[in-house]
Design a protein around this ligand. Structure first.
Ligand SMILES: [Mg+2]
Length: 293
């Protein structure tokens, strides 16, 4: 259908700005809730018709409501049901994209062997039956090994510390130390890390100092998935600040949906995981009706 009609002039005025016949509406004004909902429905119909569709979804706060015990988080049943339907459709891929370590993400998503998983904010990837991909280069492996030796020695000689081995780095835990001992331990860890060849990403957290040989974000992960499945369009939804890296790599063929409050580069915003579940159901209906060429 081709719609050549001019835009309707009978739309209700925005509550925040009285109608002014002599002035077009400001482009900087956010669209009303209704317009956003209509535009989002249209975007879902459009993306449902794409040849090769990748659904990349954050987990916590997007598919699953937040719970006190992270291990007990689960996708809403309606979301899970819609994703199960979509996953079985031809030329359609479902991927979970999370800050959780891959092993944790695997557990809470109850993912099967075909699932595409991105953990640790884009550092860890699992491409279904093609296996895990961490793709550490030989220099990165050498950096990791040397870093482990040096940090291990510091932890060994500092009672109360603990070394956490991570997929691409190490965390030095100092929770049980006097503050001055913790500060000295961190300084020693920084000094040791500075002697290692290769670039390190450092995250100074609460009672933990983390060193990684690989810096990555959700945008990197989505780009890897897009390439892997040769997607013609991507739908990405997320609720957190780190999901902005994902929205940043979307193109005009893609659909980005921010869940909840906060600044975002996403085209669309919805209130909660319940709405995401509803949208996924709509998408599954629309894609199910599509007849591939
Ligand atoms: Mg989240």
């Amino acid at each position: 259908m081709t719609n050549t009609a001019p835009p309707s002039r009978s739309q209700p005025p925005s509550p925040s700005q009285p109608p002014s016949p002599s002035q077009p509406p400001s482009r900087s004004q956010p669209p009303s809730r209704t317009e956003s909902a209509v535009a989002l429905a249209g975007a879902l119909r459009r993306i449902a018709a794409t040849d090769r569709l990748l659904l990349a979804l954050d987990f916590d706060g997007t598919l699953a409501p937040f719970v006190d015990k992270p291990r007990q988080a689960r996708a809403l049943p309606a979301a899970k049901a819609a994703l199960d339907r979509l996953e079985r459709m031809p030329d359609t891929w479902v991927a979970y994209v999370s800050g959780r370590p891959l092993s944790s993400l695997e557990q809470v998503t109850e993912a099967d062997a075909d699932a595409l998983l991105i953990g640790s904010h884009g550092v860890e990837l699992r491409f279904g039956r093609d296996g895990d991909s961490l793709d550490l280069t030989e220099p990165e492996k050498a950096t990791l090994a040397r870093l482990g030796e040096l940090l291990g020695a510091i932890v060994d000689r500092t009672p109360g510390t603990r070394l956490e081995v991570k997929p691409v780095g190490f965390g030095v835990h100092t929770r049980n130390l006097d503050p001055d001992v913790a500060a000295r331990t961190n300084a020693a860890a920084y000094d040791a890390a500075a002697t290692v060849d290769g670039e390190l990403t450092v995250r100074d957290g609460k009672d933990i100092l983390e060193f990684s040989v690989r810096g990555a974000d959700k945008g990197d992960g989505i780009e890897r998935l897009r390439e892997y499945v040769d997607a013609t369009a991507v739908l990405f939804a997320g609720d957190d600040v780190t999901d902005e890296d994902g929205f940043a790599v979307l193109t005009r063929n893609d659909v980005g949906i921010k869940v909840g409050e906060g600044d975002t580069a996403a085209q669309f915003r919805v209130a909660d995981p319940e709405t995401i579940a509803t949208l996924l159901g709509m998408l599954a209906d629309a894609r199910g009706e599509r007849v591939p060429d």
